[in-house]
Every structure is written in C-alpha cells, then in structure tokens.
Design a protein around this ligand. Sequence first.
Ligand SMILES: Nc1ncnc2c1ncn2[C@@H]1O[C@H](COP(=O)(O)OP(=O)(O)O)[C@@H](O)[C@H]1O
Ligand SMILES: Nc1ccn([C@@H]2O[C@H](COP(=O)(O)O)[C@@H](O)[C@H]2O)c(=O)n1
Length: 218
Amino acid sequence: MSKSSQCVVIGIAGASASGKSLFAKSVYQEVSDELGVECISVISEDSYYKDQSNMTMAERVRTNYDHPQSMDHALLVEHLKMLKAGHAVELPQYSYHEHTRLTQTRHFKPTQVILLEGILLFTEKSIREQLDASIFMDTPLDICLARRVERDVRERSRSLESVLAQYHLTVRPMFKQFIEPSKQYADVIIPRGGKNRIAIDIIKTRIRHLLASSEEKN
Ligand SMILES: Nc1ncnc2c1ncn2[C@@H]1O[C@H](COP(=O)(O)OP(=O)(O)O)[C@@H](O)[C@H]1O
Ligand SMILES: Nc1ccn([C@@H]2O[C@H](COP(=O)(O)O)[C@@H](O)[C@H]2O)c(=O)n1
C-alpha cells in the first residue's frame, strides 16, 4: 500500500462466540479472492490482551478477560494510528493456552481495508474514533454460549466446567455491563452471526466502493 492510499478500518464487535471471527474471515476470504490478498487483512482485538508473563498460571486464570482493563487498548490505538499513517506495526501474538502474549510478534503492513474484530472495541471512545465503519454481531446469548462451549473445549483446551464457570462469573455479566450497551455505536447490526449471507454481501459491496473511490483519488 502506498503512503498516499487510504487505510479503512472496519470494526466488528459483539458477544464472545457471536460469529465475529467467522464473519471477518468470510469477508476477508471473498474480498481477497476477488481483489487480491494485498488489499485486505484481519486484526483480532484479542492480540491486545495485556501481557501477563510476569504472573503465575494460577493468577492468570483468575483474570477477568471480559473487562476493558484486561486489554492494552492504548497499544491498539497507537497501532491503528500508525497503520492509518502507512506504517507497519509489530502485532502482538496471544496464547489462550498460556493466557498471555507470546514473545514473538507478527510484522504487519497496512492494507487498504482492515477488519478489526473484538468484544470490547466499541466500549472505548479512542478506538471508536479510529473506526471508519462499525458492525455489531447481534447473536442471541444462548446461541453464543452453545458455540463458545464447543469452540473453547475443541480449540482453547478448556473443560466444560471451566467454560460454564467463567461464563457465569465474568462473560455474561461483562457482556451486560459493557458489550451490549456499546451496540449503540454500531452503524450496522447483524443478526444471527458469521454465516449471514446478505450481511456479508452488503459489507463486500461497501468495501468494493471504498477501494474504488480510493483508487480514483490516487
Ligand atoms: N452462523 C453460524 N452458524 C454456525 N456456527 C457458527 C456461526 N457463526 C459462528 N459459528 C461458530 O461458532 C463458533 C464461534 O464463532 P466465532 O466466529 O469464533 O465467534 P467470535 O469471534 O465472535 O468469538 C465458531 O466455532 C464458529 O465456527
Ligand atoms: N486468556 C483468555 C483470553 C480471553 N478469553 C475469552 O475470550 C473471549 C474473547 O474472544 P472471542 O474470540 O470469544 O471474542 C472473552 O470472552 C474471554 O472470556 C479467555 O477465556 N481466556
């Protein structure tokens, strides 16, 4: 991407397991198949969970990962500003097994469109100010819970008991306190989740327009 090109950031928020990643992945796959991998990329807010390498595993397990303070949002905002200015960043890599950042980072160059997905994105004004469009995945919580149980047991090495305990202790209460109220900041609210075909097509059309108008300017 040349420094004069625009870098558009589309935020995708919503409950855990509401389908944010799947939605972002589907849009990414289809846009990159059509227009090339160099024009679009995905960043997960989860990469910006705070580093906890100085804590014991017992302490890490007790962290409330659904509270805004668990995230290094200042670093995320700094990176978004750098990407928008045409500079590459060192993207942190996160381990759900270790509950902390990995030591290695990923060298990440700006693309014309960045899909940024995460539960707490709209709760911070400083992040909202960096978003060019905001999408909220409005999937019923019971469906999110069923999907989270399956995903966390399969992909995040969790037991059924730990997923349910965490859900009652932090995931649901923090959704009610922080995430659900942040829906008011969305430009588009998408029901049902990551496989909503019409929503994927609408966002793809918007991206095509953004890319076309950015080419006209250059
Ligand atoms: N519409 C859907 N139908 C069926 N499964 C879905 C749907 N949306 C998401 N999933 C599945 O639910 C799980 C959680 O979705 P994911 O996209 O990881 O959620 P999030 O990023 O919001 O936490 C994943 O295993 C995903 O494949
Ligand atoms: N060490 C961690 C870090 C995060 N979580 C949970 O992940 C959820 C956010 O990710 P999604 O892909 O589901 O949006 C969040 O609800 C945290 O509870 C975790 O369990 N362990």
